[in-house]
Design a protein around this ligand. Sequence first.
Ligand code: NAP
Length: 337
Amino acid sequence: MNEMRNAVTDKFKALVVTKENDVVEHRIRQLSVDALPEGDVLVAVNYSSLNYKDCLAVFGRGNIVREYPMVPGVDLTGDVLSSESADFQPGDKVLLTGWGVGERYWGGFTQLARLKSEWLIQLPEGLEKLRAMAIGSAGLTAMLCVMALEEQGVSPDQGTILVTGASGGVGGVAVALLAGLGYRVAAVTGRRGTDDYLYQLGAKQIVDREDLEQQSRPLEKQRWAGAIDTVGGKVLARLLAEMNYGGTVAATGLTGGAELNTTVMPFILRAIKMVGVEVTTCPIPLRKTAWARLTTELPGDVLERIYKVISLDEVPHVAEQLLAGKIDGRVVVDVTL
Ligand SMILES: NC(=O)c1ccc[n+]([C@@H]2O[C@H](COP(=O)([O-])OP(=O)(O)OC[C@H]3O[C@@H](n4cnc5c(N)ncnc54)[C@H](OP(=O)(O)O)[C@@H]3O)[C@@H](O)[C@H]2O)c1
């Protein structure tokens, strides 16, 4: 452990985003431990992941980064090197998702991080670090959405569950989780080239995103018992009008737009529900439950199909592609490469 500590803390690599005179730049820098912000746990990071938000942060878009210089990366896993917290000991394998890390506080695109212990959880038993980052905030969000549907009484016998943005990170894990739990899943995608991938994840039906972008009447034909929406905008407006009587929508994303132009009709005439799902500051007990379920309920072979691994140097290029909608599934960043 000491050798590892010395090797990493002498000099380590991080992707740093700076802003000067309104110009945002990102660069891989060699830093020393003194450069790290305050915190009570020092972690040798192994993996981070690339979420939609991280891509915006790398290019200084979308008002994600609240303070410069910033190390983006909302997720990370690694080993504790030293700790002033009684909750963590050197050698512990830890996991962090959210809490403003990579936005307000330095995040996971680094080989070394100093963090607040209240953000960390122990890596769940049976979950490898790489797998945890293949799941990441996106997978945690997908699990929280599934749990939100369950809490509202949505069950597999009630009919088809619609997942939007299905070829993306949150959507892909949501399709796989729901299919694994016995739900019939319809996957909405704007990229029909991903049909095979979506069927492999467990989707039984593919819906063209364009069909759901059509303006709808206040009430359309009832089609869905539940929905996990990562897209917002026109798609969410339309799917609300297509929900079965008593159905629930878990809403968690806005890749298609933050606005929602709808009516109260599906709510007051079909008793539908819409539940917001938030992952960044989700309380620790709920996180632990969700991670425990992700460890056991997400089939390993399915997860293998969802993610690819890149190095820290590849982050800007892949982030550009992800923002252009050209990446399927999840991207893990191996910061040690
Ligand atoms: N990742 C997280 O930790 C997390 C957590 C909470 C919330 N969210 C939110 O959930 C959303 C999805 O996140 P993600 O990480 O899954 O992103 P992602 O991997 O980039 O996937 C987003 C998917 O949305 C669809 N899409 C892209 N542009 C669109 C457009 N203009 N209109 C409609 N659909 C579009 C695409 O799927 P198709 O081509 O298949 O249609 C794309 O693959 C984002 O708004 C994000 O902020 C993410």
